[in-house]
Design a protein around this ligand. Structure first.
Ligand SMILES: [Zn+2]
Length: 196
């Protein structure tokens, strides 16, 4: 027996796939939506569509943006290397970093089949030849893959006149940047140390 009409079950199924929405929340939202005013639901659907259509990845650094190069593609010789676009948002919220960024797109993890060539390392090397970069701050997560990727990059990117640092420890162990509070992340950036 089906307690809920099929369209509601389908909606619950789709909502449940979203991050942070468990089965009970999905059901609550679905039941709310099918009883809400049709105009309100249309507006929600259109806002979601528009956000998806207007937001793209910056072709230079990989951040989430409406225009490329993005507002974080600043002048200067300091570049922060992060794993994902959302890490840029975490660092910007901390408010102490005034350089630019490069999104790596993951971490080297042979067990998961992620090799260096799957990441945007070649793009970064190209930027090193085109932009006056003096320092790369590696701000990957503090897990084993983050450490290994940091050392791999420090070796591969090493060249005269370029300083390669990584953000200080003090971040939650084994976690991504989004789990650090803004003060901790700000301090970790300020207390960065040279690698190798
Ligand atoms: Zn950018």
């Amino acid at each position: 027996m089906h307690i809920l009409p099929e369209p509601i079950s389908s909606l619950i199924g789709v909502l449940h796939k979203l991050p942070g929405i468990g089965p009970r929340s999905a059901e609550r939202i679905a039941l709310h939506l099918v009883q809400a005013e049709s105009g309100t639901v249309k507006q929600l659907a259109e806002t979601i569509l528009q956000a998806r259509e207007r937001v793209q990845l910056c072709k230079v650094c990989g951040s989430l943006t409406e225009s490329s190069p993005c507002e974080f593609c600043r002048d200067g010789g300091l570049i922060c290397l992060v794993e994902r676009p959302v890490d840029i948002i975490s660092i910007e919220k901390a408010g102490t970093f005034r350089g630019k960024y490069h999104v790596l797109g993951g971490k080297i993890s042979p067990l998961d089949g992620i090799e260096p060539e799957d990441l945007s390392i070649a793009d970064l090397e190209k930027r090193l030849t085109q932009e006056p970069i003096k320092e790369i701050v590696i701000a990957l997560g503090t897990d084993v893959e983050g450490d290994a990727t940091g050392y791999y990059l420090a070796k591969r990117l090493a060249r005269p006149g370029l300083k390669i640092t990584r953000i200080a420890h003090g971040l939650p162990a084994g976690a991504g940047l989004e789990f650090a509070d803004e003060i901790t992340l700000g301090r970790a950036l300020e207390g960065r140390r040279e690698l190798l």
